[in-house]
Each structure stands twice: as structure tokens, then as C-alpha cells.
Unconditional design. Structure first.
Length: 329
């Protein structure tokens, strides 16, 4: 037998039903049924109108709680534009840092400009070394390429910009893989980010709530650990300081890499910060009169930590934005 509702409660529900005319019939019935159950649990069972209004609110006021609200206004007009912006500026910042280091950081700049890339890299040269013999130290202006490419999506957010990005990423990849020498090592992190800048919007927008799956995160973690291990091993050669000065930062980056699959936002931000700190510490260790370190190795390890962490943070920001757009709070 259906529970009895007093006249005041029946009148309240009828007023609420009329106030919910913006909902579909199914949604309206669901709200009415939920409200009816609340009334039955009230002291007195909803016999007095003033008790209903005091505990549930006026029917019109209660109905407003079920209105469909527009998603909060965002500064960007589309998901692709949003991803482009959050990817572009940090990549530009890393490219600019790389540019400054390649052009001005001692003592690597002097060695590269005076002795050639093969000498710096321990005898292994590539087409960069041959190209240097032709054009001299002007080869260092290659560092401007990633800085310019990182901002192309903001200037040309169309197919032409995408083509330029892909061509630029291919050129930088050729420099990293076949170039030889220390200069090519500086470009590895920013080259990874240039490729990510091309494909991340496409991958992330394949679904409204898309974000990297466990396989992507595990692969990124393994790649970062391998790069950090290799850079640490190479960095220890000729390093005049205590080994723990390299082992400790490397261990920190490895631990943060292992936390990537857990999707903890603070861990991703910590990875970005740790990568920058490793790069800064490597710069100090490479200064004359310190440890005589080769800056390229901490730059490679820290830069890759920054790159992976930045992509994880950007993915989290996109996922959060998608939740807001879909009103899934």
C-alpha cells in the first residue's frame, strides 16, 4: 500500500511538479519521487506547510536546484586551442633555456666552437661535425629552431602549422640521432616535446574524457628511467665530485618516474620541478672551478624529466577541463 501523504505535502509536490517544467517527464518524476521520500522522513510527515517550506524550501526555490547550468566560462574557445596553449609555453621556455645554454654556457660553448663536436663527445662525430667545418660556430644558431617551432601552433593553428611542426620535429630528430656530439644531446628533451606538441592534441581529443592510459604512463616511466640511468653513467665519467651528487638526483627522478602511472598531480608537478633543479645543478657543476661536469648529461636527464612531467600535468589539466565541460563535478 502506498504511503499516505497529507494535503499540505500533496500541494507542495504539485507546485514542485509545475516548477520543474524545464525537465523531461522522466526526470521530473524522479525528482518528485525523491522529494516524496524526504517528506515521509520529516517530523510530522509533512502535515504542515510551514514545516515543508522550512525544511525543503519553497517549491520554486527547490526546483531551481535542478536547473541545467552552462559549463563555466573558459579562456579558450576549443579543446585543441586549450591543449595547444598549455603545451606551447612550457615547451617554448625549455627551448629558450636550451638556446641560452648552447650559446652562452661555459665551458661547453668554447669546446664546441673551438674543438668540434667529435672532440667533445669523445671522438664520435656526425653530420653536425662536418657541417661545423663548413660554416663554423654559426652552427650554434640551430638552437633557435626549437624555440621558433614551439610557438608555431599559436601562430598557425591549422594544417599548415601542423605540417611545419612535423617537418621541424623531423629535422630536430635527425640532428639528435645522426648529428653526433654534445650539441645534439641538448636538443633531445625539446625534440621529444616538439613531437608531443604535434600528436598530444590528436590523442587527447579522441574522446571528451581522454587521458593517457596505464600503458602510455608505464612506457613513459620506463623511458625516463633508462635515460636517467644512461645519463648518470656517462656523467660520472670525468666527474671530480662525490658520486652521490649524481646518484641522488638520478634516484629522485627515477622514483618520481615510478609514480607516473598513479596519476598523482603533485607527483607530476614534482617531476617537472625536479627536472628543472637537475638542469640548474648541472649548470653549476659545469662552471669552471667547480666539478668540471659536462652539462649535456644533467641537461638530458633533467630535460627529459621536465618533458615527461609537463606532458603528464597537461594531460591532467585537459581531463579536469573535460570534466567541467561535461559538468561531472
Amino acid at each position: 500500500m502506498k504511503p499516505y501523504l497529507p494535503r499540505a505535502a500533496r500541494n507542495y509536490l504539485e507546485q514542485l511538479r509545475r516548477a520543474l517544467d524545464f525537465l523531461s517527464l522522466e526526470e521530473r518524476n524522479e525528482v518528485i519521487e525523491t522529494t516524496k521520500q524526504e517528506i515521509l522522513r520529516l517530523p510530522g510527515g509533512g502535515r504542515r506547510k510551514r514545516d515543508l517550506v522550512r525544511l525543503l524550501g519553497e517549491p520554486a526555490s527547490r526546483a531551481r536546484k535542478f536547473e541545467r547550468h552552462e559549463p563555466e566560462a573558459l579562456e579558450v574557445s576549443s579543446g585543441k586551442h586549450f591543449l595547444t596553449r598549455i603545451l606551447a609555453w612550457p615547451i617554448f621556455a625549455l627551448a629558450l633555456l636550451t638556446l641560452m645554454v648552447v650559446l652562452f654556457a661555459p665551458p661547453q660553448t668554447a669546446l664546441v666552437g673551438g674543438q668540434g663536436f667529435g672532440f667533445v663527445a669523445g671522438g664520435a662525430s656526425g653530420f653536425l661535425g662536418e657541417l661545423e667545418l663548413l660554416i663554423g660556430s654559426q652552427l650554434l644558431w640551430l638552437a633557435f629552431i626549437p624555440a621558433i617551432l614551439s610557438l608555431v601552433p599559436l601562430w598557425l593553428p591549422n594544417i599548415a602549422g601542423t605540417i611545419i611542426q612535423i617537418l621541424g620535429a623531423v629535422i630536430m630528430t635527425a640532428i639528435c640521432v645522426a648529428g653526433g656530439g654534445t650539441l645534439a644531446l641538448y636538443f633531445v628533451p625539446v625534440t621529444v616535446l616538439l613531437w608531443a606538441q604535434v600528436f598530444t592534441p590528436l590523442l587527447m581529443m579522441r574522446g571528451s574524457m581522454a587521458r593517457p592510459g596505464p600503458a602510455w604512463l608505464i612506457c613513459a616511466a620506463v623511458l625516463l628511467i633508462l635515460v636517467v640511468g644512461y645519463a648518470s653513467y656517462q656523467g660520472l665519467a670525468g666527474f671530480s665530485g662525490a658520486p652521490w651528487l649524481i646518484a641522488a638526483p638520478a634516484a629522485l627522478l627515477a622514483v618520481l618516474a615510478l609514480l607516473l602511472p598513479f596519476r598523482w598531480k603533485l607527483a607530476h608537478i614534482a617531476l617537472v620541478a625536479a627536472g628543472l633543479l637537475v638542469m640548474a645543478a648541472g649548470f653549476v657543476a659545469a662552471l669552471p672551478g667547480t666539478y668540471g661536469a659536462v652539462l649535456a648529461w644533467p641537461w638530458l636527464a633533467g630535460g627529459m624529466g621536465f618533458a615527461v612531467g609537463h606532458l603528464a600535468v597537461a594531460a591532467g589539466m585537459w581531463h579536469e577541463r573535460a570534466r567541467k565541460l561535461l559538468a561531472l563535478f
